[in-house]
Design a protein around this ligand. Structure first.
Ligand SMILES: Cc1ncc(COP(=O)(O)O)c(C=O)c1O
Length: 366
């Protein structure tokens, strides 16, 4: 049996006709940039996220970059974030000219440990960028308390966590702004790259809309330097078809996770910890095992898709050597990087497939 980590074709089969129709409408209209589909998606994603404004952008990466640029963050500034995340989080900080400052994670949730943030604040700190990893939101209340005390922006990297909940609030709605990715593997994935920023700050939203169009306002007049961060209407059209299914798909992921949790209850494997204040969307179902790399090999040999997100912390990446961090600086993140393993959790998994994953894992655990 083959169980891939993700099967996009299984999802597409359910919505193919609607997606083709929606894309056909865009093609017939020949509105190839911006237009009503992008505006409608911005409205709906903002609504789903409990925010007033949505700004469609070209990727989750550009959502982060455009957010930092719109907040005026750049050379000489510091932004605090986690070393245990996808590269784009810190990559965008560095691209503005600011310095990424890392803080270790909470080993249970894998999200930034709020208790360690204040020690990392300096006179240069301008923002905190918590990441809601794997679908579960970071512990936002203490993060917001530090931000308030030191007058810092909070940019939520919610790329993996659209519609996730923390104390009844949606991802992206607590900080200054929130950033989503529509990369195809996300719970709400496009048919290519795409992203969105959400915020309740009207002035900031206005600036972000200008930022995504080179800083142009009015046409051919530029008061600041932005970029081409625009979202394609073809992506918006496909995402508008998928958005009404999002809650159902995320619930199916939670059900699959529940199934695994029960089956792994007595095994030498740590199942995901979900903060009781949170509702996760399980963009990834991530377990911890001691001999991870050996297990990855045997699972793949037996047709079970799996992956380590992420095998090398950002403070240990070559491109960030100039920051001067060394091994041992963030022990919890480094330990997690050696032990985490994502198993297939996508909504279309059948009982037979889940059972095969469980049996294969249990048989090969050392
Ligand atoms: C935590 C995190 N931040 C940022 C991104 C960047 O999003 P994108 O791939 O849409 O540029 C991703 C997506 O892979 C992500 O997982």
């Amino acid at each position: 049996m083959q169980v891939p980590l993700l099967d996009l074709k299984a999802q597409y089969a359910q919505i193919k006709n609607d997606v083709l129709k929606a894309i056909g409408e865009v093609l017939d209209s020949q509105v190839c940039i911006g237009g009503p589909k992008v505006a409608e998606l911005e409205k709906q994603v903002a609504e789903v996220s409990g925010c007033k404004f949505g700004i469609g952008v070209s990727s989750g990466t550009d959502a982060l970059l455009a957010s930092l640029m719109s907040l005026g963050i750049g050379s000489g500034d510091e932004v605090i974030t986690t070393p245990f995340t996808f590269f784009a989080t810190a990559g965008c900080i560095a691209r503005t000219g600011a310095k990424p400052v890392f803080v270790d994670i909470d080993p249970k949730t894998y999200n930034i440990n709020p208790a360690l943030i204040e020690k990392a604040v300096t006179k240069k700190t301008k923002a905190i960028m918590p990441v809601h990893l794997y679908g579960q939101m970071a512990d936002m209340n203490p993060i917001m308390a530090v931000a308030k005390k030191h007058n810092l922006y909070v940019v939520e990297d919610a790329a993996q966590s659209i519609s996730s909940v923390y104390k009844s609030k949606k991802a992206g709605s607590i900080g200054t702004c929130g950033c989503f990715s529509f990369f195809p593997s996300k719970n709400l994935g496009g048919i290519g790259d795409g992203g969105m920023i959400v915020t309740n700050d009207e002035k900031l939203a206005g600036k972000m809309k200008i930022m995504r169009d080179h800083g142009q306002n009015p046409t051919y007049y530029y008061n600041f330097v932005g970029g081409n961060f625009r979202l394609d209407p073809i992506q918006a059209a496909a995402l508008l078809v998928k958005l009404p299914h999002l809650d159902k798909w995320s619930q199916a992921r939670r059900n699959n996770a529940e199934y695994y949790n029960k089956k792994f209850a007595d095994a030498a494997i740590k199942t995901p910890y979900i903060n009781p204040d949170c509702i996760t969307i399980y963009n990834q179902y991530v377990v911890r095992v001691a001999k991870r790399d050996e297990l990855v090999k045997t699972l793949r040999e037996n047709g079970v898709g799996c992956a380590a997100y992420y095998p090398l912390c950002l403070h240990m990446q070559q491109c960030f050597a100039y920051l001067g961090y060394k091994q041992g600086d963030f022990p919890e993140a480094e330990k997690a990087a050696n032990e985490v393993l994502a198993l297939p959790v996508y909504p279309e998994l059948t009982d037979e497939m889940k059972d095969y994953v469980v049996q294969t894992v249990l048989k090969n655990l050392k």
